[in-house]
Design a binder for this molecule. Structure first.
Ligand code: FPP
Length: 248
């Protein structure tokens, strides 16, 4: 893929890109295939996008792979997704290591099947020193639950006298989220044309640029990703300031 074809400024790439990968089922239906085939081809998009993000020098890539609401899907679909995840972790390990990619996971991981938890723990440990890119899978993840989980931990520490109410601010609160240590996403991409966050990174998305494309996730490959990055670079990020303040 000729990245040069796109008007990308390598010095102004987002540091953290998060993606709501949507449309696998619709893609499969459009091809006359069973739903699970959409997920299978979707994994290929994950590989392609991760590779390109790494090559471009994007430091953090976060993918919404399984929401807490997804537990309500038919058991057979959940089993397919878990099997695909395990196969992905197994097959990509050497690629992660060669490319200095650290794999992480956020969400209520305790709800995942034991074998998936073990595979994740093993992959995270084996890639922990990857210094070029952190690739985070949001699994059994819900933004509101993450915030409630943070508040519970915080409340316990407050009651134990470990922190004082007057010390609490946004920066301190962020340290109780699953995403501790990560910068907030600069860009959130959603595929398949839906204009909503669907409970993804609710706290962290406060100033994220949002990009929605009609492309379905299994079709979201290099060109679509580069187009999203180009659109991002055309945005003016103001963080509540005026245009004049930004320019000065
Ligand atoms: C949304 O499509 C996608 C998901 C619920 C799961 C995303 C999972 C993958 C891309 C594969 C597994 C990921 C990894 C990292 C191995 P949908 O089923 O909601 O599509 P629809 O809205 O068209 O029905």
């Amino acid at each position: 893929m000729a990245e040069e074809f796109f008007l990308l400024d390598r010095n102004r790439l987002p540091r953290h890109v998060a993606i709501i990968m949507d449309g696998n089922g619709r893609w499969a239906r459009s091809q006359g295939l069973p739903r699970y085939r959409g997920h299978v081809v979707g994994v290929e998009s994950v590989r392609v996008i991760a590779r390109l993000a790494r090559r471009l020098g994007i430091s953090y890539l976060t993918l919404f792979a399984f929401s807490e609401e997804n537990w309500q899907r038919p058991g057979v679909e959940i089993r397919v997704l878990m099997a695909l995840l395990r196969r992905f972790l197994y097959r990509e390990l050497s690629e992660f290591q060669e490319n200095q990619i650290a794999l992480q996971a956020v969400g209520d991981l305790s709800r995942l099947p034991g074998a998936v938890q073990e595979d994740l723990a093993r992959t995270m440990a084996a890639t922990a020193d990857g210094a070029q890119m952190v690739m985070t899978l949001a699994l059994s993840y819900g933004g509101r639950s993450e915030i409630v989980h943070a508040v519970k931990t915080l409340a316990r520490e407050l009651l134990a006298g470990k922190i004082r109410p007057e010390d609490l601010d946004a920066a301190l609160f962020s340290r109780y989220l699953y995403t501790v240590g990560m910068p907030d996403p600069d860009l959130i991409i959603r595929t398949s044309g839906e204009y909503r966050l669907s409970n993804f990174l609710l706290w962290q998305s406060a100033y994220s640029e949002l990009y929605v494309t009609d492309t379905l996730w299994p079709d979201f490959r290099e060109e679509a990703f580069l187009k999203a990055l180009e659109a991002y670079q055309q945005r003016e990020r103001r963080y509540g300031l005026t245009q004049e303040q930004i320019a000065s």
